[in-house]
Design a protein around this ligand. Structure first.
Ligand SMILES: Cc1ncc(COP(=O)(O)O)c(C=O)c1O
Length: 399
């Protein structure tokens, strides 16, 4: 069973349905009229996308409680099993709560090297670069940045040249995302003192490539004011610069956009608790906005991993006001995401005793690969919430 993003062919066959009321989950959020919701979603979805097949799979994880006295690792009291072909869609009504369980959206299977939320983000953003005849992309990230690696791979797949500014020094042995970045992109290591001023660093590097330079945010904004036009927005292009000169697009690290959202294969009337792990919080806020716009009775709960609750609330407000600035968004206030602490809060990036073993347990029992820094946190919460679901709570979906 596939989870289908309904978007192209463009809006001519726009199939989303909009509910008349506001989200039942969060009364703080003010919704505008249905027509402005529709207009907003049309603007968001009526564009060219990258992924040829944007479907995602949904797996069903059953959770069994074990009678054990030992409580070493975070999941030692549980065992898991995976049904990779569960009944979904309208059959969702037949779900019964004889056992705790949760659903997991397998966006990690979208691409072998580009992880889920990055694949969704670049799916929406890279066609903009292509439409504006961009030739080069400049971005930045930490040494093991999944974002930088995703940009490098996705650009290479499209014949664009990726320039990656990675923080710090080159490691002696290249591994993981760092190795992928080096194989697919043009990596420059940048001292931390220079990296501290990212915007300046990015634009200085873009200038050094020689060509006309624009920020992706500006292309995105232009694409909404100048709808459906593929006219180049690069500066100087009409001032006599050679046609074959480089057109360089700066993509800010972690630049996130709520432009891709799974549709209602899980049943559009079905209240769901969507669980995500939050780094910058962009994915969580994007899901919250999307659910609201589509009138889906979803509650988005995000585990805070890299910031305080004040930081995440600020980020939520910032993203919403950015959206409001660019489009006539049908929300005017924050409060879309339920931000929660991880079971054992810690400095971002630290791994607590027993967590590698928990990842190993999940991999061996279900075939799902989670990492201790991000996705294990969401798995822990989904497991916890699945116990409540059995007592009559909403279905739990880990995204
Ligand atoms: C697996 C995984 N989960 C979550 C995140 C954080 O996403 P966001 O920054 O949108 O909160 C990342 C970001 O790199 C990630 O790689």
């Amino acid at each position: 069973m596939k989870f289908v993003l309904q978007r192209n062919p463009p809006i001519l066959s726009f199939r989303y349905q909009f509910q008349s009321g506001c989200s039942s989950i969060n009364p703080q959020v003010i919704c505008k009229s249905n027509s402005s919701k529709e207009e907003f979603m049309s603007k968001i979805l009526d564009r060219r996308w990258t992924l040829i097949n944007p479907d995602t799979k949904v797996h069903h994880i059953r959770v069994s409680s074990l009678q054990t006295q030992q409580h070493c690792g975070p999941l030692e009291n549980f065992s898991f099993s995976n049904n990779p072909h569960p009944s979904l869609g309208e059959n969702v009504k037949e779900w019964h709560n004889d056992q705790s369980s949760f659903y997991i959206v397998r966006d990690d299977l979208l691409h072998p090297l580009v992880n889920g939320n990055k694949a969704r983000k670049l799916d929406a953003l890279l066609p903009l670069v292509e439409d504006h005849l961009g030739t080069d992309v400049v971005t930045c990230g930490g040494c093991q940045s999944a974002h930088a690696a995703a940009v490098a791979v996705s650009c290479a797949e499209r014949g664009l040249k990726a320039h990656l500014l990675l923080r710090g020094e080159q490691p002696q042995v290249l591994t993981g995302y760092n190795l992928i970045s080096m194989l697919y992109g043009n990596v420059t290591y940048v001292p931390r003192s220079i990296y501290a001023n990212r915007e300046e660093m990015l634009s200085a590097h873009a200038d050094s490539i020689a060509g006309s330079v624009i920020c992706l945010d500006d292309l995105l904004e232009a694409s909404f004011t100048d709808h459906n036009s593929v006219k180049s927005n690069f500066p100087n292009i009409e001032d006599g610069s050679p046609l074959n000169s480089k057109k360089i697009v700066i993509v800010n690290e972690g630049a996130g956009n709520a432009v891709a959202l799974p549709d209602h294969i899980l049943g559009k009337d079905q209240p769901l608790k969507i669980v995500v792990d939050a780094g910058t919080g962009t994915t969580a806020v994007g899901l919250g906005i999307g659910a609201l716009c589509l009138g889906l009775p979803w509650e988005v709960t995000a585990v805070m991993l890299a910031d305080t609750i004040e930081g995440y609330r600020k980020q939520e407000e910032h993203l919403i006001s950015e959206l409001c600035r660019c489009y006539d968004v049908p929300t005017t206030r924050s409060g879309l995401v339920n931000w929660v602490e991880r079971r054992h809060p810690r400095k971002f990036g630290n791994v607590v005793k027993g967590e590698i073993e928990a990842c190993q347990q999940i991999a061996q029992e279900t075939g799902v690969l989670v990492d201790p820094i991000y996705t294990l946190a969401a798995w822990e919460l989904a497991t916890q919430l699945s116990l409540e679901e059995r007592k009559g709570g909403a279905k739990v979906v880990m995204d």
